[in-house]
Ligand binder design. Structure first.
Ligand SMILES: [Zn+2]
Ligand SMILES: [Zn+2]
Length: 419
């Protein structure tokens, strides 16, 4: 037996997965989002330019494609995230109508150590709003997600954490302050090696450090939300006020930076204690420079979010009974008693399906084992055809729940089953 690739999984039962996909599509369309599909294969450069060379994703986690021929083509990878591809598509298709509100569902790939709820092939629903700079757009996006998690998916044990990273001028000024803090005696020699490395290349990420010693030190670090220009300060205030007015409860977390270089202003995450250490199941933020950074002709402000299916499914599994998962249609099982009735079974099944009745045929096994099989797959009716029924143009219809049987003329079968 050849097992599956490490860090991947088979979805043997897609009920919950499909429920999320179907319901989120419906929910997103209520908010005027339309679906797009972008390729799984993308140029490596797309992520180097958007995420930054010093992010874990670009430096260690990309699945690179080994090219068969020496070619001048760009190096190719399996996409590790969905925002840069959406922005690429926006630029490449010269989308004129903005804000462009789109979503996509599909697999992403990162070479990480697999653990609970974290896979090397994982599935995301990503949504982006390109071409709107209003902070109220962020409120609308966050509210949309909150309503979805709470009302459609019935998740209650989660929190929305927020931070505000300011504009690029704010960031520049703040980074000087932060660097000063990190250079202070008592700080600089006590932070971990990784943080010292981050200080050089991706300084904001020090706040992601999980080392207790570092976390303790950063409790007294300056916070960017206290170093905003007046315009950003107003936006940060509006964001919190509008969310409160829409009854979207949230928590300010000054250390939330979300790892990637391209975020500015709003960043947020939905977290749940039920998930343990890897507790984020949805995250997003504003990325006002990215369209331009990826070669867009115009500067377009944008905001987006993504949620991971795997972690969301962990949260949903215990809630299965509360969800309005659509029932499968009732199944009818035709049981031909011998090979002599197989053709008739095929013709009858064809007719039932033409009338919208879900039907299958059991071709093999003893009468007893075929009946048992019909019962175990949850058939509503067993439609038994033996030599006598074939000759009489009837079937023996067995109600599997009640255990009752009746002879029914083949021409009346649809009518009886539809009753
Ligand atoms: Zn600012
Ligand atoms: Zn550290």
């Amino acid at each position: 037996m050849i097992p599956r690739v490490k860090g991947t999984q088979d979805f043997i039962d897609c009920t919950l997965f499909n429920f999320v996909i179907d319901s989120v599509k419906k929910h997103l369309s209520l908010y005027h989002f339309t679906e797009i599909q972008t390729p799984i294969l993308e140029p490596v450069d797309l992520f180097v330019r958007s995420l930054g060379t010093h992010t874990d994703v670009v430096s260690k986690e990309m699945f690179l494609i080994e090219q068969r021929q020496e070619s001048s083509e760009n190096r190719i990878c399996l996409r590790p995230e969905g925002t840069a591809p959406t922005v690429r598509a926006f630029n490449e298709h010269h989308i004129q109508t903005t804000p462009w509100k789109v979503f996509a569902c599909g697999p992403m790939f990162r070479y990480e150590r697999p653990q609970k709820g974290r896979f090397r092939q994982f599935h995301q629903v990503t949504m982006e709003i390109i071409g709107s700079g209003s902070i109220s757009e962020d409120v609308q996006l966050i509210t949309m997600l909150d309503r979805y998690f709470h009302e459609t998916l019935k998740i209650s044990n989660y929190a929305l954490v927020l931070n505000f990273l300011g504009c690029s001028q704010d960031r520049e000024k703040y980074l000087v302050t932060l660097r000063k803090f990190l250079d202070k005696p008592g700080v600089t020699e006590n932070i971990c090696d990784q943080c010292r490395e981050r200080k050089q290349h991706n300084i904001m990420r020090i706040f992601d450090c999980k080392t207790p010693e570092c976390q303790e030190i950063y409790r007294t670090a300056p916070h960017i939300a206290d170093h905003l220009c007046s315009e950003c300060a107003q936006e940060w205030k509006d964001l919190q006020n509008q969310l409160a007015l829409l009854s979207v409860s949230h928590v300010y977390r000054p250390t939330l930076v979300r790892g990637l270089d391209y975020y500015n202003k709003t960043v947020f995450e939905f977290v749940s204690k039920d998930l343990g250490a890897q507790n984020t199941f949805c995250g997003g933020g504003r990325y006002n420079q990215l369209v331009k950074d990826l070669g867009g002709s115009q500067d377009k402000a944008a905001v987006g979010a993504a949620f991971g299916m795997e972690r969301l499914l962990l949260l949903l599994e215990p809630l299965r009974d509360k969800l309005t998962i659509p029932h499968l249609p009732a199944l009818h099982m035709i049981i031909p008693m011998s090979a002599q009735q197989h053709t008739l079974a095929l013709l009858l099944a064809d007719e039932l399906r033409a009338h919208g009745l879900a039907t299958d045929i059991i071709f093999e096994g003893s009468m007893k084992s075929m009946m048992r099989k019909a019962g175990s797959v949850g058939a509503a009716y067993a439609i038994i055809i033996g030599e006598t029924e074939q000759a009489n143009r009837t079937v023996m219809l067995k109600n599997m729940m009640a255990g009752t049987e009746q002879a029914v003329a083949q021409v009346d079968l649809v009518k009886v089953l539809k009753k």
